[in-house]
Design a protein around this ligand. Sequence first.
Ligand code: FAD
Length: 409
Amino acid sequence: MEFRLTSEQQLFKKAVREYCEKNVAPRSREIDEKEAGIPNDIIKGLADLGVFGCTIPEEYGGCALRGEEMQYANIAIQELGRAELSMSLPVYMLLTVGWGGEFISYYGTKEAKQEILPKLASGEWSWGIAVTEPGGGSDVAAIKTVATKRGNKYVLNGEKAYISQVAECQARGGGHCTLVVSDPSKGQRGGMTMLAVMPNQVKGVGSTTYKDMGRMGLSTGGFTYKNTEIDAKYLLGQEGKGFYSCMEGFNVARAVVSAACLGAAERCLEIAADYAKQRMAFGRPISKYQGISFELAEDFAKLDMLKLQLQKGSWMIDKFYSEPGSFTQKDINIVISQCKWMSPLLALDVTKHAMMVLGGFGYTKQGPLEMAMRGIMSYVVGAEGAANVMKIIIARDVFGPEFVLERAD
Ligand SMILES: Cc1cc2nc3c(=O)[nH]c(=O)nc-3n(C[C@H](O)[C@H](O)[C@H](O)COP(=O)(O)OP(=O)(O)OC[C@H]3O[C@@H](n4cnc5c(N)ncnc54)[C@H](O)[C@@H]3O)c2cc1C
């Protein structure tokens, strides 16, 4: 058993940290305040370091190390989470390496991989995932967007809501994976399909954007498909099996979300500890008061345990893809759902504690904590699945079929 990063992983971590400290952290307020405003030079700089290519094989322009893709993704995104506390850049990366690199590398046709993956690795295109609909977020099986097969095309009609990177994929190019109903008579067990959609390349895709409370550097909004024709070369995985591949994709995305929250929380904890060492009250630095030090110690311990669980989950996902049969989807669900349930809530707690340590100053826009709180909240309310949904998965996969949530309709 080995708990340390390999020497190559350590070098990668060091390179991403140095880049982020110099180029990202000083501009995080700028990123948070400008809508859809992640600067191109930062995306290019991170792409040059191999951050967006870490789940993409070399033949498609990436630098993935077979069997270590998720471990590298987690290293990078923890650094991005530390540096860019508004969480816009971590989400950009999550979508690019998760639903872009990892999902398309595994499920895309050769043509789709050749077209899409090099543009994601280089940072030219952005990518996303469109599952949620106005009538279905947690209840994925309730989606209504339909795909009718006509010749070698799928014709899409429906609406997706609360989708990240709506504006970016239109401005920069790129697209999203979408989950659609391809056979309404079969439901989730054989009637759902995943497709890649590039809105700039097809007709009939409309969009709206929302005004969020945080994470402003990355847009969210909705898509409508009106007789949108998607070539069958953009089928991701098997027709009818989309629900299951989508759930696999969620595990990858949830691991990366957890890593982003972990990175942000560790940074907030450092800010609190540094402040506590120098802030005097009642004649001593406040770090000497156990009311302060115990809370910070507890936060550290919880984050440290979460880190280990996340490392294990990422390693399991890498094994799942590189050594078929090594782990089941269920094994991974159990570990990753724990991480995605706990990490946003813990990160929010740590940020709140840090804010309290900083007193009045913590509440101002002079410091980054309020920005972190708004950004982390996006993961708490639901991005990549709400906390209650993670518990539904854990109960079902640990305790058995008696705990499966049956649909009421
Ligand atoms: C910032 C942000 C970005 C997002 N980006 C994307 C994206 O890129 N692509 C995408 O497809 N989606 C995206 N989403 C949507 C996200 O996946 C959904 O918000 C999430 O799945 C929850 O769905 P909902 O909002 O419809 O809430 P609902 O499903 O309506 O749930 C509402 C509340 O009820 C609870 N609940 C639901 N069912 C149960 C149950 N059985 N037992 C107990 N409690 C339950 C939930 O936990 C939640 O608290 C994003 C969301 C946010 C906030």
